[in-house]
Design a protein around this ligand. Structure first.
Ligand SMILES: [Zn+2]
Length: 73
């Protein structure tokens, strides 16, 4: 199931939510605003926010641990 990340335009709160349907209304859990920016998922290619075993300094996830990342060698 897809998990999407959002940033609230009203209060700046960032959160992840499980979206069961594409047209499902998502509201900020902090202020209930519907003014949300959808962030690129960590699973998407080319994401600036990379989820890697060794942190921000690491190469993009597919490269991490494959000998291409200086941080996890
Ligand atoms: Zn908010």
């Amino acid at each position: 199931m897809p998990i999407y990340e959002y940033r609230c335009s009203s209060c700046g709160h960032e959160f992840e939510t499980l979206v069961l349907r594409k047209d499902e209304a998502v509201a900020c859990p902090q202020c209930q605003s519907n003014e949300l920016d959808k962030l690129i998922s960590a699973h998407a290619v080319g994401s600036a926010k990379v989820d890697t075993p060794c942190g921000d300094a690491c190469a993009p996830a597919p490269m991490c641990g494959a000998g291409a990342c200086p941080s996890c060698q």
